[in-house]
Design a protein around this ligand. Structure first.
Ligand SMILES: NC(=O)C1=CN([C@@H]2O[C@H](COP(=O)(O)OP(=O)(O)OC[C@H]3O[C@@H](n4cnc5c(N)ncnc54)[C@H](O)[C@@H]3O)[C@@H](O)[C@H]2O)C=CC1
Ligand SMILES: C[N+](C)(C)CC(=O)CC(=O)[O-]
Length: 503
C-alpha cells in the first residue's frame, strides 16, 4: 500500500491540534509541532497517552509503527519539510491570518495547508495569501483521533487537485473526508450543533431543565439514534410505512408552532455562564477532564465495534482503517524479512496498561490477540490480503495451544518470532514465540490454520499467491528445528489419589 503522506506539521497543539497529532502519529506519520504554550509538550503527551490507549482497545489489527514527533521552537522549522500542514490555533481571524502568512512563507510550495477552523470560510482565511489555492478548511470533530469526519471546504480560489489530494491524505489517516459543496459560515456540522446548543442554552436560562437533564434527554434518546443513522434516515422510519412523505405531512406544521426559539440567542450574562458552570460542576465535577475523555473514548469504541459488526456508518471507517493497518503490516513484513532460514519477525507491539489483569500481568485474551495479529501478519506476508478474501477464500484457525512462560508487564515492547512447522495443500502449522526487548520468551503459541472456501464453508486448497509464497519460504523454514514442545498436548496430571479411591 502506498502512503503518500510522509510528514505532517501541526501548528497549535491544544484540544484539536493534540488530537490531530495523535491521529497522524498513530497512523504512522511523522509530525513536527509548533505551539508556544510553555506546557505544550505535557498537554500533547497526555492526549497522546489517551489516544494510544484508545487505539489499543479499538483497532483489531497489528499496530502501525508510530510516527516520530518533534517539537520546534519556531513555526518555520516545523513546517519546512512537511507535506501537509494543519493549523489549529485559537478561533481568531487576525491570529489565523498571521499564522497562515508565516506558514506560506516557510512551507514547501507543494505542501497542502488545512485549517481546523470551526466557522471561518476558506475565502476569509485565504485573504492576503500569495497561493490561496492550496489552503482549505479541514474541520474535524473532537476527539480527532477517534471521530472520523473531516469537513473539507474550499472556496472558488481553490485548486481541485489540491482538494482531491487532501481528501486522499485524510483517508490515509482513517478520516472520512466530506467535501462541503459551498463555503458557508460554520460549515455543516457546527450549524447543526449550534441549533441544538442554542435551544439547550434557552432551556437552562428559562429553568426548564438542568445541564444534566438536557444531557440525559440526548444520551437516552436521539443521541443513540444519531450515532448510527442521521436525521433524515431516522425520520424516514418515523414516518411509518409511508416513510418521509407521511413524516412531513404529520410534523411539517409543527415547524410553525412554538417548538423552538429559532435564531434568538440568550444573552450570555455572567449569571447564565455561572449557572451553566455550576450545574456542569455538579453533573461531572467528580471526574478530571482526562478521566472524562477516557470514559468518552471507551463509549465511542463500544459504539464503533457495534457499528463495525454491522458494517455501517462510522463502523465502516474503522474497518477500512484496520484493513490499512493489515496492509501496512504486510508491506513492512515484505520489506523486513528476506531470510527464510530464520524465524520471521512480522509483528511487534507494546503492552498497553489496559491489557493487564488483576494480577498486574497481560490478561489471557491479549496473548491470543498478539498471536492472532502475528498470524494475520504472516498471512499478509504470504499474500492473503483483502482482495484474496473478497474472492471468497480465507484462512480459519482450527486449533491453538498457548504456553504462558513469564509475567508480561505493562509497556513491554514485544515482538513475535514466527516459524512455519509444516503445510499441505489446505493447512498451515505455525509456531509463534513472543519475546520482550531483551529476547526473553514470554509465551509461545502453536496454531493449525485451515484454508477455506468461505461461501461453501468448507476446507479448500490454497491458491496463488499463497501457494507460490509458501513454496518460496518452505526450504528455509524446513531447516529450523521444531521446538520440543511443538505438537505436545497439555499434560495429564490425573486426580488426587484419595479422590480417585472415593469414587
Ligand atoms: N475545541 C473543539 O471542540 C474544536 C475546535 N476546533 C477549532 O480548532 C482550532 C483550535 O481550537 P482548540 O484546539 O479547541 O483551541 P485550544 O485553545 O485548545 O488550542 C489552541 C492552541 O494553539 C496554540 N497557539 C496559540 N497561538 C499560536 C501560534 N501563534 N502558533 C502556534 N500555536 C498557537 C495555543 O497555545 C493552544 O495550545 C480552532 O480554530 C477551533 O475553532 C475545531 C473542531 C472542534
Ligand atoms: C464547539 N465547536 C464549534 C468548537 C465544535 C466543533 O467545531 C466541532 C465539534 O467537535 O463538536
Amino acid at each position: 500500500m502506498s502512503v503518500t503522506l510522509k510528514k505532517a506539521a501541526c501548528i497549535g497543539g491544544g484540544v484539536i491540534g493534540g488530537g490531530w497529532i495523535a491521529r497522524f502519529l498513530l497512523n504512522g506519520i511523522d509530525v513536527a509541532i509548533y505551539d508556544p504554550h510553555p506546557e505544550a509538550a505535557r498537554i500533547v503527551g497526555e492526549v497522546l497517552e489517551n489516544a494510544r490507549r484508545a487505539y489499543g482497545k479499538m483497532i483489531q489489527a497489528p499496530a502501525c509503527p508510530e510516527g516520530v514527533l518533534t517539537f520546534h521552537d519556531d513555526l518555520a522549522s516545523a513546517v519546512a519539510d512537511a507535506d501537509y500542514i494543519q493549523e489549529s490555533v485559537p478561533e481568531r481571524l487576525d491570529l489565523k491570518h498571521k499564522v497562515i502568512a508565516e506558514v506560506e512563507a516557510a512551507a514547501r510550495p507543494d505542501a497542502l495547508i488545512g485549517s481546523s477552523t470551526s466557522g471561518f470560510k476558506p475565502s476569509q482565511l485565504q485573504e492576503g495569501m500569495i497561493h490561496p489555492e492550496r489552503l482549505f478548511v479541514a474541520h474535524p470533530f473532537n476527539p480527532v483521533y477517534l471521530i472520523p469526519l473531516v469537513e473539507l471546504v474550499g472556496s472558488p480560489a481553490n485548486d481541485e487537485a489540491a482538494l482531491a489530494r487532501a481528501a486522499g491524505i485524510q483517508r490515509e489517516i482513517g478520516m472520512f473526508p466530506l467535501r462541503v459543496r459551498k463555503e458557508i459560515d460554520a460549515h455543516i456540522g457546527d450549524r447543526l450543533l449550534e441549533a441544538v446548543w442554542r435551544e439547550a442554552l434557552w432551556l437552562v436560562h428559562d429553568d426548564v431543565a438542568s445541564t444534566e437533564e438536557i444531557d440525559d434527554v440526548i444520551r437516552y434518546s436521539f443521541g443513540l439514534r444519531w450515532a448510527q443513522m442521521g436525521l433524515f434516515e431516522t425520520y424516514r422510519i418515523a414516518g411509518g410505512e409511508a416513510g418521509m412523505k407521511h413524516f412531513i405531512e404529520q410534523f411539517g406544521p409543527a415547524l410553525k408552532w412554538p417548538w423552538t426559539k429559532l435564531m434568538d440567542v440568550p444573552e450570555m450574562t455572567d449569571e447564565l455562564a455561572g449557572k451553566i458552570g455550576d450545574q456542569s460542576d455538579a453533573q461531572s465535577g467528580q471526574y478530571s477532564i482526562r478521566e472524562l475523555e477516557r470514559i468518552r473514548d471507551d463509549n465511542l469504541i463500544g459504539i464503533y465495534q457495534a457499528l463495525k459488526a454491522q458494517d455501517w456508518g462510522a463502523g465502516q471507517s474503522l474497518r477500512q482503517m484496520e484493513e490499512r493497518f493489515f496492509e501496512r503490516a504486510k508491506d513492512t513484513a515484505v520489506r523486513e524479512t528476506p531470510d527464510y532460514t530464520r524465524p520471521l519477525v512480522l509483528h511487534k507491539t507494546q503492552v498497553s496498561g489496559e491489557w493487564l489483569d488483576y494480577n498486574g500481568h497481560m490478561t489471557e485474551f491479549r496473548y491470543l490477540q498478539v498471536f492472532g495479529d502475528a498470524t494475520d501478519a504472516f498471512l499478509g506476508h504470504i499474500g492473503m490480503d483483502a482482495g484474496y478474501r473478497a474472492a471468497g477464500r480465507s484462512v480459519y484457525t482450527v486449533e491453538t495451544h498457548i504456553r504462558h512462560l513469564s509475567e508480561t508487564k505493562a509497556n513491554t515492547h514485544i515482538s513475535v518470532r514466527t516459524t512455519v512447522l509444516g503445510h499441505d495443500a489446505k493447512r498451515i502449522r505455525l509456531h509463534h514465540e513472543m519475546v520482550d526487548e531483551a529476547g526473553n520468551v514470554q509465551a509461545t503459541a502453536e496454531h493449525m490454520l485451515m484454508h477455506v472456501d468461505t461461501a461453501a464453508g468448507k476446507a479448500a486448497p490454497m491458491a496463488s499467491p499463497l501457494t507460490e509464497r509458501l513454496a518460496q519460504l518452505s526450504p528455509g523454514q524446513r531447516g529450523i528445528a521444531a521446538p520440543a514442545h511443538a505438537g505436545q498436548p497439555i499434560r495429564d496430571i490425573g486426580w488426587p489419589v484419595r479422590e480417585v479411591e472415593a469414587t
